[in-house]
Write a protein that binds this ligand. Structure first.
Ligand SMILES: [Zn+2]
Length: 223
């Protein structure tokens, strides 16, 4: 089940413009066993099969698989170690998010979707080489205790979720926010949302929004 989830996520990431070629990587954690399923290093997403997915113990040792895991496996494992509520991580290389990663600028909450899903300012991590322990460290610093996404300087983005669907939603909202931020800055001065309202929207979207509860007509949800 988790191997198929990774295969489908790889194809989705590639064909939704969140990366090109073999860049980026994806993981999912089985919350019951603690095992982490990751993409292999430098293989085309369209060509992957279930045997190519690498299964890793939380300490980084290989549990299953003959391929080399993604070089960013320590970044994924570090996130799972410190964020028990997170079970999926998507590392993307999308164009507009990278515009701000190259500028090494944070992205403020400028649209309601960013407030609801990302919860506040998206931090840009310090630069470090791909696959290095420093990159994992800087990424976790930029995410903090509650961040859903962060930028990696001159490199890409890291997007987290309680499950794969939530991680992809965060990735899509980040890229849309970055695109709108770039466009609005090119013709004017974007107005950043009031942070008190951002907190209200994030709480609502996290705990009350959806068909399964009765509070979804309260202001603050998405429409
Ligand atoms: Zn990368």
């Amino acid at each position: 089940m988790y191997k198929k989830l990774i295969l489908d996520a790889g194809i989705r990431m590639l064909h939704s413009g969140l990366t090109v070629e073999t860049w980026g990587n994806i993981s999912v954690r089985d919350p019951k066993s603690g095992l982490v399923y990751v993409t292999p290093s430098a293989m085309k997403y369209d060509d992957l099969c279930e045997d190519d997915i690498v299964v890793i113990h939380p300490d980084g040792t290989i549990a299953e698989g003959s391929r080399k895991p993604t070089i960013e496996k320590d970044l994924h494992l570090g996130i799972y170690r410190t964020r028990p509520e997170i079970n999926a991580v998507v590392h993307t290389h999308p164009v507009y998010s990278q515009v701000f990663a190259v500028l090494r600028e944070d992205i403020p909450p400028i649209i309601d979707e960013a407030a609801q899903i990302l919860g506040g300012t998206v931090r840009c991590a310090e630069y470090a080489l791909p696959g290095s322990p420093e990159l994992a460290k800087y990424c976790m610093e930029a995410l903090g205790k509650t961040g859903r996404v962060c930028l990696l300087a001159n490199h890409g983005a890291v997007c987290l979720g309680a499950d794969m669907e939530a991680a992809f939603k965060a990735a899509a909202v980040l890229e849309m926010t970055a695109q709108i931020y770039q466009m609005t800055r090119s013709i004017g001065k974007p107005v950043v949302l009031d942070y008190a309202l951002v907190a209200v929207m994030f709480d609502f979207a996290s705990h009350h929004y959806g068909q399964g509860n009765t509070k979804n007509i309260t202001p603050g949800g998405s429409c």
